[in-house]
Design a protein around this ligand. Structure first.
Ligand code: C2E
Ligand code: CA
Ligand code: CA
Ligand code: CA
Length: 275
C-alpha cells in the first residue's frame, strides 16, 4: 500500500521553520540595505483623465538585493513593518522623493506611500517638515498615500496627525479604496483629499457589471463629497474609456507605462520648455 504523506502538522512545522529562517535572513539583510544603498525608487505617472496630461508621479520602492536581485515591495514591506525598520526606510523614501521633486521643472505632485507606523511615530510631522525645508519642495506638491490599515490602530491620534499635515498644505490620499473593511466609515471620519480606487475594481471594469457598479458608485461618492477620485491599475484602453464617461479626475496604471527609473522620470519631469 502507498504510504501516507507526511502528516499536515509536520509539513507545517517544516515550512514554518524554513519561512522563519528566511524571514530572519531578510530582517538581517534589510538592516544592511539602507547603508548599502540597495534601495531604489521608481516613478509611476498619474494623468488627468480629461486631457491625459501628466499631473504627478507616485513613488514606489524597490530593493536591489545583492544576492537575490530585485525584491518586490509586497514581499519586504510587511517584514519592514513588523520589525519597525519601515520607519527609517520610509524616511529615506520621503527624503529621496522630495530631493527628486525639487528638481522638477514642471509643477507635478509627488505621491509617497506612508506605512501605519510612520504615521504614528512621534517625530513624523517634524521629519516631514525637515525634509520639505531641506529640499525646498513646497508642501502643496506633496501627497501622502495612506491605507485604511494605517488608521485602525489609533484613530484619535491619526486624526490629529492628519490635521497637522493638512495645515501644512500637504494632501492626503486614501489608497486602495474599497479593500478595507470599513472604507465608507473611514472616509467619513478622516479628512481625505483624494480617493484612489483600488485596481481590483478597475481591472476589467468595462466587462464586469459588478465592478462597474462599484466604480460608478465610488465616483458618485467622490463627486458628492467633493473629493477627487483617481482610478488605479488602468491597463487597457477599454477601462480608460469606461472611466471617461464618469467623473473620474485622474488615472494611473500600466496603460500609461510601467513605473519608470529615475532617469526616465527626469526626461518627463525636468523637460525644458522650448520657446
Ligand atoms: P500601491 O501603493 O497600491 O501601489 C501600486 C502598485 O500597483 C505598485 O506595485 C504598482 O507597480 C502596481 N501597478 C500600477 N499600475 C498597475 C497596473 O496597471 N496593473 C497592475 N497589475 N499593477 C499596477 P508595487 O510597486 O509592487 O507596490 C506594491 C505595494 O507596495 C504598494 O501598493 C504599496 O502598498 C507598497 N509600497 C511600495 N512602495 C512603498 C513605499 O515606499 N512605502 C510603503 N510604506 N509602501 C510601499
Ligand atoms: Ca499607493
Ligand atoms: Ca493602491
Ligand atoms: Ca496596495
Amino acid at each position: 500500500a502507498k504510504s501516507e504523506p507526511d502528516t499536515p502538522i509536520c509539513t507545517f512545522n517544516a515550512e514554518m521553520d524554513r519561512s522563519s529562517r528566511e524571514k530572519t535572513q531578510m530582517v538581517h539583510d534589510l538592516r544592511l540595505a539602507l547603508q548599502g544603498d540597495e534601495f531604489e525608487l521608481v516613478y509611476q505617472l498619474q494623468n488627468a483623465l480629461e486631457t491625459l496630461a501628466p499631473v504627478g508621479f507616485e513613488v514606489l520602492l524597490r530593493w536591489n538585493h545583492p544576492v537575490r536581485g530585485r525584491i518586490a515591495p509586497d514581499e519586504f514591506i510587511p517584514v519592514a513593518e513588523e520589525t519597525g525598520l519601515i520607519r527609517d526606510i520610509g524616511r529615506w523614501v520621503l527624503r529621496e522623493a522630495c530631493r527628486e521633486a525639487a528638481n522638477w521643472s514642471r509643477p507635478f505632485s509627488v505621491a509617497v506611500n506612508v506605512a501605519p507606523q510612520q504615521l504614528v511615530q512621534p517625530s513624523f510631522i517634524e521629519d516631514v517638515m525637515d525634509i520639505l525645508m531641506e529640499t525646498g519642495v513646497s508642501a502643496e506638491r506633496l501627497e501622502l498615500e495612506i491605507t485604511e490599515a494605517s488608521i485602525i490602530d489609533d484613530q484619535a491620534h491619526t486624526l490629529k496627525v492628519m490635521h497637522k499635515l493638512k495645515a501644512l498644505g500637504i494632501r492626503i490620499a486614501m489608497d486602495d479604496f474599497g479593500t478595507g473593511y470599513s472604507s465608507l466609515a473611514t472616509l467619513q471620519a478622516f479628512p481625505f483629499d483624494k480617493i484612489k480606487i483600488d485596481r481590483s475594481f478597475v481591472q476589467d471594469v468595462h466587462k464586469d457589471a459588478q465592478r462597474a457598479a462599484i466604480v460608478r458608485s465610488t465616483l458618485l461618492l467622490g463627486a458628492a463629497l467633493d473629493i477627487p477620485v483617481l482610478a488605479e491599475g488602468v491597463e487597457v484602453e477599454d477601462e480608460l474609456h469606461f472611466l471617461r464617461g464618469e467623473s473620474c479626475a485622474s488615472v494611473q496604471g500600466f496603460y500609461f507605462g510601467q513605473p519608470m527609473t529615475r532617469d526616465d522620470m527626469r526626461l518627463i519631469a525636468c523637460e525644458q520648455n522650448e520657446d
